[in-house]
Design a protein around this ligand. Sequence first.
Ligand code: HEM
Length: 180
Amino acid sequence: MDLFFWEIARASGLAAYAALCISVLSGIAPRTQALSFLASNRAVRALHDWSPWIVIPAALVHIVALLLDATARIGILDVFVPFLTSYGQLAIGLGTISLDLLVVVLVTTWLRRRFSNNAWQWWHRVSYLGFGTMFLHSMLSGTDLTSPVIAALSWAAGIGIAYYALERLGKALNPARIRA
Ligand code: HEM
C-alpha cells in the first residue's frame, strides 16, 4: 500500500509543480520586454488565473499521500514547520517552506481588494521566492526529476523564470531605462 501512496505522491507533486511553473511563467512573460505583446492575450491571462486551481488540489493530494505513506515518515507538523523530519531535512524542509509561501500568495490574492494595489503587488512577489524554494525542493527530493526529460523541462522553466525575474528586477532598480 505504501508503494501506491508513494506513486500518488510523486505524480501529484509533479502535477502541482508543472502547474506552478505554468502559473509563474504566464504571470511574468507578458510583463517582459520580449513578450510584452502577450499582455492583452486572454489565453495567457486565463492560464495565469486558472493554473493555481490545479496547484491547490494536486499539492493537497501530494501531502495527504505522503502522510499516509508510512515509509515516508512525514508527520502533520512537518507539513507546516520546516526541517523537523528525521531525514532529508533541507530537501523536504524546502517543500514545507514552498507550501507556506504558496498559502501567503493565495490568501493575499483572495483578499486582494483589502490591500492597496502596491501592497498587493509586494505580497504577490513572494511567488518568486516560492518558485525558487519549490524548484530546489523538486530537484533535491524528486525521484522522477532524475529522468533527463523531466529534469530538462524543470531546468528550462527555472532558467526562463530566473531570466525574466532578473529583467524585471533590473527595470525596478533602474526605472530611467523604462522611460528611455
Ligand atoms: C506546494 C506544495 C508542494 C509541491 C508542489 C511539491 C512538489 C514536489 C515534487 C515535484 C516532488 C518530486 C516528485 C518526484 O520527482 O518524485 C516532490 C517530492 C517530495 N516532496 Fe513535495 N511538494 C510540496 C510540498 C511538500 C511538503 C509540504 C512536504 C513534506 C512536508 C513534501 C515532501 C516531499 C517528499 C518527501 C518528496 C520525495 C518523494 C519521493 O520519495 O520521491 N512536499 N514534491
